[in-house]
Design a protein around this ligand. Sequence first.
Ligand code: 13P
Ligand code: SF4
Length: 369
Amino acid sequence: MLDFYSETKLDDHKPAISKDELSDQQVINEIFRLKEKLKDKVVVLGHHYQQDDVIQFSDYKGDSLKLAKDAAKLDAPYVIFCGVHFMAETADMLTSVDQKVILPDMNAGCSMADMANNDQIEKAWENIQAATDEKVIPITYINCTAALKSFVGKNDGSICTSSNAHKIIKWALDKGEKLLFFPDQHLGRNTCHDLGIELDDMIIYNPNMLYGGVTKEQIQKAKVILWYGYCSVHQGFNAGQVKQIKKDSPDTTVIVHPECSFDVVQASDMNGSTAYIIDTIKNAPRGSKWAVGTEINLVNRLQDEFKDKEIKSLSPYQCLCTTMYRVRPRWLLETFRSIEKDQPINVIKVSDEVKENALKALDRMLQIS
Ligand code: 13P
Ligand code: SF4
């Protein structure tokens, strides 16, 4: 995981609360006690993929867009972010310099965010600019390091989430002649296709190949240049699973996250962010049947919350985001204990240099959406 901007190093912190010291239940009780004691100082944010034991402590739950907006409104001195590293970095940039954003486990990264780094993007930009005189607008999915957010801020681009990708990409296509979209090829492809761009007008830039594995002519001809990145959790779903469900249970509606591949999204009935998936199922009629293509903790929670509907995972295999899963109650308790002692651990701090342009891009995104 990339960890350039945090104040503590990955190995500085290992959870010290062993099972001999506190049982699982005692850990939960102790978090409730400290949360109440520190309620004027601490706000907890939680992404929908967090496990139940953790998300029960969140004051605000949401998808990436909602959590970014929530963070921007907070004034508590400490914000504990139960999610992954790029989300905590984003929250740090959107809160004031006096507030501290904490990630309970510094190893909670995002494998997709790690598929594009600053050097690779700068190199790709240089290659693309050398190949074409057309105006290229860079858009990054919010699942990336602050350095990449800074890159798009510096180069007239913006950031998007899965909730506002259509609006942001439309904005970029109105503003320039070509689009460079990173790091998630699937969200880029699915959204551009919805906006009427042919698959033949999209190419893949693979940073692990010489010149991205594309020719100058291909860059000149393309409307959209998609980065070779993906989410290993969502890439696990396949169109065969959708077809099987449609065959076995034709009245089941298949709803997936747009990080799934193009084939899966095309075969499914609906797609959208985690918040969209939750709202759609919440508002669906009693007795309706759903197969959901997203992370398993969220699917399990939907099953528990909406018992009047039949809800199952699209995949027979466990589609778990192992990095989201790293945030455990013991880590959360240790975070609370450190705040109680006024010696916070795992503070995520984006450098001023990176923040300046990254904030421009974040503000642009919030304005457009
Ligand atoms: P959402 O913004 O839809 O919650 O997605 C975040 C994410 O990382 C999905 O894998
Ligand atoms: Fe990253 Fe995929 Fe996990 Fe989302 S589900 S945080 S994109 S690895």
